[in-house]
Each structure stands twice: as C-alpha cells, then as structure tokens.
Design a protein around this ligand. Structure first.
Ligand code: ADP
Ligand code: MG
Length: 698
C-alpha cells in the first residue's frame, strides 16, 4: 500500500478520536490529505513585538514576557481565565474562555513565555484571546523563521488541536512520506516552466525557510492545480466539439418569425450578437453549451425565448428553468408579450402546481403537445419526461446546484442544447475555471433609455428622511421595494425584523391611501401570489419583502429600492437587488440602510455599491474582497471544484499560463497518447473523480 494512503490515526498523538475529528472537521483522512492541507497564511515569527507597540490593527504577532498574574473572572458563560503578560514596555491580558483548566495547569506565574496570537480590543483595552503559549526553551518543530497557519474550526480549537499541533503533525507525516512523493507533472513541463519538483514544493509549502522558497513552492502548486483543471475542461470541450450529435435547428419558421417581426422595440446590438452566436451553435451539428452573462435588465429572457422558438420551429420542445416560483411565474406570464400562445403551447410547472394540472403537464411534455415549459426545480423531478427536448435554458444558474443542472439533460432521448444564463457577472478568471468548457456570450449593453440607479448609503438615524423620500416618489406615481435580509441561521429573527418593519411602514404609510404588500418565504403560496399581484398590478405602492425578489422580478414602475441591514448582504446580492429598479424611464434610487457599527468589509461593499453600477467591476471587487480561503464564497458561486491553493482573485497570470499550456498540450497531442504525457492521463483520471459532478455539465 502507498504510505500516503495510510489512515492519519497512525500518526503520533492522533489516535482514533482525533482522527475522526480531522475527518469531520477538515476532510482529512489520510497522510496525503494532511500533506495537501496547506497553510492559508504564514507568520513571521522571527521577531518579538514590544507590548507597547501593539495596536488593535496588529496582525498575528509574537510577544515575549513574564506571566505576572492569573485569575478566573466572570461566571457561567462569561467565565474566563485572564493571565497578565508583562515585558519591559507594558502588559497585556491573555484571555481564555475555553480550556481554562488545561491552561492554568501548564502556565505558571513568574515564568517567562513566548506568546503568539492576534490582539483584539475589549472594553477599550487591548487583549489577546486564546493565544498560543510556549515555554521559552521549547523549540518549534520544522519551522525556521516562517510558520504556516492552518485553517481551523471552532471544534478543533475546543479540542485543543491548535495550529502548533497541526504543525507538529505535518512534520511527523512529512518524515514518513517524503520518500514516497511521486512527481505529477511531466519532466519536460517542469523544465520548460522552471518549476520546482513536487517534493520540494510540498516540503516548502509547510516549512519554508524563507520567502523565496515559499514563493517557488506556491508557484509550482498553483500552476499544477490550475493546469490540470484547464486540461480537464479543455479535453471535455474537445470531445464535445468532435462529436456530431448536436440537434440541428435548420428552419426559422412561424414561431420564431411571428415573434421576431412583431417586437415592439429593436433588439440591442448585444442581443443581436448573442442571438447570432446561438444561431451558429444550433445549426452547427454540435451540442451547444453556452453561458450567457448579462447584467440585470439587459434582456436575457427575450434571447432565451427567441432561442426556444428556434427549437420549436424544428419540432423540438424547450424548457426555461428559474430558481424561484416568483420568477418562473413571471417568465410564464410575460411570454405572451412576445409569443403567440395560441400557436406555441406553453405551460408552467412549479412546486405549487395542483396535482391534476401537474398530471396534464407531465402528459403534455411526454407526448410533445407542450412546446415550451417554464418552471422551477419541479422540472427536474423524475416524473418529468420530454418527447423531444431541444433546448434547456437555465436562468440565474448560480442558484442551481450542479447535480440539479445535470439532471435536466437526462430527461429526453435527444441531447438538448444548453443555455445557462446569469446576471451575476462572473469575472473572467472565475468563468475560465468554472466554465472552461462552456462558450461564453455577454450582453454588455442595456436597452436604451435606462439611467444608472442613484445609490445612497443612509444610517439608521435618518430613517425619517427615507420615509419622506419614499412618500414623494409614491405621490409622483412610483412604487417602492423595501427588502430585508434572510439568512438561514437567524431566519426567525429575520422574520421578526421584517414583521416590525412592515408595521412601521404601515404606520407611516397609512391605508387606505397607501397599500403595502408583503412577500416572504413563510407565507402560504396564495398569500404570496396575492400580495405579489397587488404590487405587480400597481395596486400596492410598497412591497416589503425578503430577498426572494432578488432575481429577475421585472416591475418597470418601481423606482426605489430600500435595502434594510444592507451590511448583511453580499456584493452580488446587493447588485441583484438594485437591478430590480431602474427598468423604466424614471430616475431610480437604491438606498442602503445600515446601523453604525460596520465591519471594514461591509463598509467597502457599501462604498463600492455607491460608486459604480457596473456589474463586472462589482464582481471583480467581490472576488478580490472575499479573498482566498473563503470556502463559503466559493461554494456560493457554484464552484464544484475545491481549489487547494490557487486564488482566483490573485492568480490571474498563473491561470492564463496554465490554460495556454494546457491548450498547447492538447493541440500537439489531442488524446494524450504520447509517452511523455502518460503522467497527465494518470493524474487527470484522479482529478475526474474529484470533479465528477462538474463534468456532468457538458
Ligand atoms: P434580464 O433577465 O436580463 O435581467 P429581462 O429579460 O427581464 O432582463 O428584461 C428586462 C426588461 O427589458 C423586460 O421588460 C424586457 O421586455 C425589456 N427588454 C428586453 N429587451 C429589450 C430591448 N431590446 N429594448 C427595450 N426593452 C427590452
Ligand atoms: Mg432575467
């Protein structure tokens, strides 16, 4: 057996209990997993700070001093151990909420220690919570001046698996495995690119002796990671481009022409260009796999419908799937604006479609009597079968899990063309990584007459001014959205906020002169539909809602978007929400309400929102701000690939190089049969199992 596959429970001081913890918390089961568990940053422990030079902004630092005093303060949940550390320049409190017994048994007053941690501010005083404490004599294993800091979790910290423990384990596992590390890149590539060997890279990523050796290790590992990803994506794309099983929509018939010739407005240049790109795909004999990016309000739906009509003109069906019922309904209701629904038979299938109707729709899809179906996740349920699905459109794709998407194309004997649409602009680097095998179209032009939304940040204390402003807008005939955050963990509290906000607004905007509709996830479908209709039909001037209205809702008369607790939304969400207004010809406004205490990140988000309405600029900023190691952020964007080390926000040049190299390799050796590329095939196979879900996209 490969020693790298050994269970980590065989490492010194791990044992079955900790091994289980590592598995659960970090997904680390084997020696290999541990070696590939990289520090997310490094700390230079080469110097000691003087206590007097600490300010709250100081990052992780190292102190050296004597523990002067130790006592337990507080009771129950506030109970903590406070140790006072002093050096020649001053003293600082070291605070422990957990492991009090453990710490107090090991730390002695009057003794000198090396303390490592991040200063924070509590009640105006600087202290350090849960620092690492070392005896001055104890040498750290395997580290020079640089120390890696590993990602951790609350559970691990509570179980005393500190960074130091992980560092020791890395040293132990390295000793056992160093000689078993096998190179994963071909020799020609390593020398071509001047990379270091895998063994050297893996050693130096954990135990760099200086900044240079670390940089070299990172370069090699990032390149490798992105290279294999690109190789895999481009290879899949090759396969797709070579196959000739794509449906051909040769005819442009009545369905398409009736709609196209009766449009009440000219298509924008960008819409026309994208339609041409799609037309080329669906007549090429190859399966289309296209991502359509376009800012909110750029007219993607119409492009989707015009594409669907091409399928229908050629005897195939089409489906347009949306992430929420509100959206699917809006698509369905809106289709009549463009399409003669007497001739093109449309249906709507969502979770709340009644059983009887649902059965009819199932039957209509299966016997081909329904041409175009709109819907939600209900479209991917097992019972749904198509007679001949020609095109599947997925709107606002980032809301769908990858598996859900992949289920769509197993619904019909025919292999449908795929059009994925998103209003969250995806930065190029991310798009290349996520959708490296998809073709990308961009609508970079809004229909004429749209004005950028004026965006303002308003503090809680100016709420009355906001109400006054709303009233002026409403009295001028406009409508207003008021949106509250909805975050899973605190759902109950969020609804309470929304409820009290709703009360405050009806107090301020009294019926019957003003009508306020309310829409949120805990309502019955009927109530939701009722209130939504009030607003859509202009009978209600105000819509109080949770972020269910985030994507797609199109109400041209709405000119004000008030976002409550705006600091709790991410940038792309804020941008989506703002996109709900500014669709008509009136000047529109987005008001970001926040409390006073804002984190640095929230403040940055709000500032950039006020500064620009350019979705791509926001997306780039978003990616930059979220930075590396944000597993959550990666998941949100639908990324099914775990990037260990490459950082899409920063590693643009490496990504471009990796992609270029991968594409050159495949050009010279499309099937990777050359002996020198054997190693590539082997490693690709391993990668495949890791990104299995993702490969289903094509
Ligand atoms: P998206 O889905 O890209 O956010 P929509 O498809 O909802 O945008 O379009 C927003 C609005 O713009 C809709 O009311 C649509 O009918 C309208 N629209 C689409 N294309 C044009 C165009 N070329 N000129 C004017 N209005 C358009
Ligand atoms: Mg849309």
């Amino acid at each position: 057996m490969d020693v790298l596959d050994s269970d980590i429970k065989y490492l010194p001081s791990v044992g079955p209990r900790r091994a289980e913890l590592f598995g659960k918390e970090l997904g680390i089961f084997t020696f290999r997993d541990l070696i590939y568990f990289f520090p997310f940053r490094y700390v230079d422990r080469s110097r000691f700070y003087a206590i007097s030079e600490i300010d709250s902004a100081t990052a992780y630092i190292q102190l050296r001093g004597v523990i002067r005093d130790m006592r337990i303060v507080g009771a129950q949940r506030g109970k903590r151990l406070v140790a006072v550390l002093s050096d020649d320049t001053g003293s600082i409190d070291l605070v422990f909420f957990q492991g009090i017994k453990w710490v107090s048994e090991r730390i002695k007053t009057g003794k000198e220690y090396i303390v490592f941690g991040k200063p924070s501010v509590f009640n105006g005083e600087i202290n350090m919570v849960h620092p690492e404490i070392d005896e001055v004599s104890s040498a750290r294993p395997g580290t020079g001046a640089m120390t890696g800091v590993y990602p951790s979790t609350e559970h691990l910290k509570n179980s005393m698996v500190t960074n130091k423990v992980i560092g020791k384990l890395q040293a132990a596992v390295w000793e056992k495995c160093a000689d078993s590390i096998r190179e994963t890149l071909p020799a020609w590539l390593i020398s071509d690119k001047g990379l270091c060997s895998l063994r050297e890279a893996l050693h130096n990523i954990h135990f760099p002796k200086d900044v240079q050796s670390l940089a070299k290790a990172q370069q090699r590992l990032k390149f490798e990671e992105l290279f294999y990803l690109q190789l895999s994506l481009l290879k899949q794309k090759n396969v797709r481009m070579r196959a000739s099983n794509g449906l051909v929509f040769k005819r442009l018939g009545d369905a398409f022409n009736d709609t196209y010739n009766n449009l009440k407005f000219p298509l924008t240049g960008a819409q026309k260009r994208v339609l041409k790109e799609i037309r080329a795909d669906v007549t090429s004999g190859r399966q289309m796999n296209r991502l359509l990016e376009g800012d909110v309000g750029s007219g993607k739906t119409l492009v989707a419908i015009l594409s669907a009509l091409q399928a229908i003109d050629n005897g195939y069906q089409a489906c347009i799937m949306a992430p929420t019922e509100v959206l699917a309904e809006q698509h369905y209701r809106g289709v009549g604006k463009f399409v003669n629904t007497e001739k093109v038979r449309c249906a709507l299938l969502t979770g709340s479609t009644k059983t009887k109707e649902r059965r009819e729709i199932y039957a209509g899809l299966e016997d081909g009597s329904i041409d175009l179906v709109f819907g939600t996740h209900a479209l991917i349920e097992d019972k749904v079968k198509f007679a001949a699905l020609g095109l599947a459109v997925i709107d606002e794709q980032h809301r769908f899990g990858v598996e859900q998407r992949s289920r769509l194309w197993s619904k019909s004997e025919t292999v449908p063309h795929i059009l994925v649409m998103t209003a969250t602009p995806i930065p190029r680097t991310l798009a290349m990584t996520l959708f490296g095998d998809l073709d990308i179209s961009v609508i970079d032009e809004l229909p004429p007459g749209r004005k950028p939304v004026v965006t303002k940040h308003v503090g809680e204390n100016h709420r009355q001014k906001v109400y006054d402003f709303m009233r002026r807008q409403i009295d001028a005939g406009r409508q207003v959205f008021v949106v509250y955050p909805l975050i899973k963990e605190s759902e109950k509290m969020d609804y309470e906020n929304l409820e009290s906000g709703y009360l405050a607004i009806t107090e301020e905007f009294k019926p019957p002169k003003y009508v306020t509709a309310v829409v949120h996830g805990q309502q019955t479908t009927e109530n939701k539909a009722h209130d939504m209709a009030l607003f859509v039909e202009g009978k209600a001037q105000i819509l109080v809602a949770t972020s269910v209205i985030e994507v797609g809702v199109d109400i041209p008369n709405a000119s004000v978007m008030v976002i409550e607790s705006a600091e709790r939304f991410g940038l792309s969400q804020l941008h989506q929400l703002r996109g709900r207004v500014g669709r008509g010809s009136a000047e529109s406004y987005c008001i970001l309400m926040t409390g006073y205490k804002l984190s640095k990140e929230s403040r940055q988000r709000i500032e950039i929102m006020c500064r620009t309405t350019d979705g791509f600029e926001l997306a780039e900023a978003d990616l930059r701000m979220r930075g590396p190691g944000d597993f959550e952020g990666t998941r949100q964007s639908g990324l099914a690939i775990d990037l260990h080390i490459a950082d899409l926000a920063k590693d643009n040049p490496v990504l471009a190089d990796a992609r270029e190299t991968a594409s050159r390799v495949l050009e010279n050796d499309p099937l990777l049969t050359a002996p020198g590329n054997r190693i590539l095939v082997d490693n690709l196979a391993k990668l495949k199992t890791e990104i299995k879900d993702y490969s289903n996209i094509s």
